[in-house]
Design a protein around this ligand. Sequence first.
Ligand code: DAH
Length: 340
Amino acid sequence: MEEQIKVLRQQMEEALAAVSSKDELAAFWQAYLGKNGSIAALMKGLGKVDKEQRPVMGKVINQFKAEAEEKYQAMREKMEAAELEAANRSEQVDITMPATRVSAGALHPLTLVKNQIVDVFAGMGFEIFEGPEIEDDDHNFTRLNVAKNHPARDMQDTFYVAEDIVLRTHTSGAQIRVMDAQQPPIKILAPGRVFRSDSDATHSPMFHQMEGLVVDKNITLCDLQGMLDKFVQAMFGEGIRTRLRPSYFPFTEPSVEVDVSCFECGGKGCGLCKGTGWIEVLGGGIVHHKVLENCGIDPNVYSGFAFGIGIERITMLKYGINNIGLLFENDLRFLKQFQE
Ligand code: DAH
């Protein structure tokens, strides 16, 4: 039996040396130390050994067993340590590596300018009203004193959705909606998208406007100019002045085109203002008495002014953008320049 143990010990040591995975180690344990393993088999064989020899052999087998267990345990610890080290190594962070940058989003320049305009007028007590983008002929034209067949309809190339239904060509229809719903005093700002079949370096089929409307007793062009002065100074700088030029819109009488003193050259004349010292920024006027009447407001008691600002135009002037397309292409190289 001693010989048998010697052979077994040799085998056991070789088997353990060949173990290279946890599964193999478990198999090793089954083969030698398990219930049906070789060492258990030796124990069973003790019955056949001489009575005097039995305690001695028992001791030898137990020693062999303890030795096998110790070796198994040492191997297990070695494997676990190696496993831990490999895990640590794979999770190691190289703090000298450059970090991946997460770039923050930013507001679109048109949104920045729109917010800025809203802020200026909100400071003067204006409230925001948003009309629908799909508008009927009545609100977009007729009740703004632009009758069917009125030549002024040709001023804007209209997209028709159905007969008498259009994509609004301006935000002016919001004036009618507000005056229908509310008696003076009225002081609203109506921002939104508008649509015209027109496209070149300064025109886009979809663009944005901001309508302003004030109706109360004794409203005059002076009130309009005073408020617009505040607006252009906030947009283009402290020293900027406005100039009103006679113009024509069907819904205002008198109508004006509003120019600002050139913020590039200070009024001396340059490329931007084409040598005139002035830049046209928006249209406005005194609300036509027919428009007030169309909304049930008595023009003998009340008067009002209105204006329409092109948000793209203001944005392009403010930032020196020469092509309106840049505002709609969403090229990050362009947009990133407006990150605050
Ligand atoms: N609706 C005009 C346009 O789109 C702009 C405008 C001019 C609006 C005069 C007004 C105004 O309210 O009084 O060209």
